[in-house]
Design a protein around this ligand. Structure first.
Ligand code: ZN
Length: 342
């Protein structure tokens, strides 16, 4: 009896210890301050400019003042607990706040980079409120259908087929998702990758299956853009393309091998010959959006290997080596990418 009691006390102490450690790792966040000097300056959009407004993760509003497009449209921030063992659904208040803070008006299109929750879950609601066409894979289309978005607001893409929105020509090119080094996470996030029926939330986070990852190429008379949300690549997929600006997903990249990191830079950045690189997909997926970007908790960054700081440093260091400009985007503010000169 005595041995059983001592064992139970031991298990209890261990459990309390583990829970306390997880709580501390969730409360402590990585520091963003080493990168304070890397933020791009903001200025009003004005006429004859092409500008971007960043709203966390890979959520980007791209506008030329006449036509506006949004990548992802993701404002909900589920808790870590609900991601691991609960169910998630779009947070209608967070979407209202985000659209208001980002001064998001009418949109021509909302385009998730793939169908995981942290890109596509709010997109149908954003499309519904802004009149946008929801553009993406069949899986993204099924997220739209599950939300009740009408078919005439859903467009299922064919890789490489250009779409016209005002002066923007948008082409989604089939790419690859980031390959999680951890086999269990890789299996959970990437096996069985298709949402084959309308998805009606609340559902488990992993029910937002990947659905096919895309590089988004945006061409405009003032300049061209490449958005790579997830840090994956297909060798040769972007050969022959040009982009003046690359929004480069760096989440988890620092946990990859050096060879992978080198190939990622070569296949996504060097190949399109940009002059500017903005690292994206490095801030917290579980903390509410705030005035400034929120770094991930240590649980995400160190234990789950998201490695936000190392990801940002990767982009800055590689850009420096290639003589490119690298900067972080301020939250909610307008950054002018291109301006008509004459
Ligand atoms: Zn993903």
């Amino acid at each position: 009896m005595k041995i059983i009691r001592i064992t139970l006390i031991g298990v209890g102490v261990l459990l309390v210890g583990v829970i306390s450690l997880v709580a501390v790792l969730l409360v402590l966040h990585e520091e963003l301050s080493p990168f304070d000097t890397f933020f791009a300056g903001s200025e009003p959009a004005g006429e004859h400019t092409l500008s971007v407004r960043y709203m966390g993760n890979t959520n980007l509003l791209v506008t030329d003042g006449v036509t506006s497009l949004m990548v992802d449209g993701w404002f909900t921030r589920p808790s870590t607990l609900s991601l691991l063992i609960g169910e998630i659904e779009p947070d209608m208040d967070a979407i209202s706040d985000g659209l208001a803070r980002g001064d998001v008006g009418e949109l021509a299109a909302v385009i998730p980079v793939h169908s995981h929750f942290d890109h596509a879950m709010d997109a149908p609601e954003v499309a519904r409120r802004t009149g946008a066409l929801l553009v993406g894979s069949e899986s993204t289309a099924n997220i739209g259908r599950g939300w009740g978005l009408s078919e005439d607001q859903i467009w299922t893409v064919v890789s490489g087929e250009p779409l016209q929105f005002g002066d923007f020509t948008v082409t989604l090119i089939k790419s690859r998702h980031f390959e999680f080094p951890n086999p269990a996470m890789r299996a959970a996030a990437l096996n069985d990758p298709v949402i084959s029926e309308p998805l009606v939330p609340p559902v488990a986070a992993m029910d937002y299956k990947m659905g096919g990852a895309y590089s988004i190429h945006i061409e405009h008379p003032l300049g061209s853009i490449l958005v790579q949300g997830s840090a994956g690549y297909v060798t040769g997929a972007l050969d022959g393309l040009r982009a003046d600006v690359v929004f480069l997903g760096v989440g988890g990249l620092a946990a990859q091998t050096e060879a992978y990191q080198r190939d990622y830079w070569e296949q996504i950045v060097r190949v399109v010959h940009p002059t500017r690189v903005f690292p994206v997909h490095w801030d917290s997926l579980t903390d509410p959006l705030a005035d400034e970007p929120v770094m991930p908790s240590l649980l995400w960054s160190r234990v789950l290997d998201f490695q936000a700081r190392a990801g940002i440093a990767y982009a800055i260091d590689h850009a420096n080596e290639d003589g490119l400009d690298a900067a972080l985007l301020p939250m909610w503010q307008n950054v002018v990418l291109f301006r008509e000169t004459n």
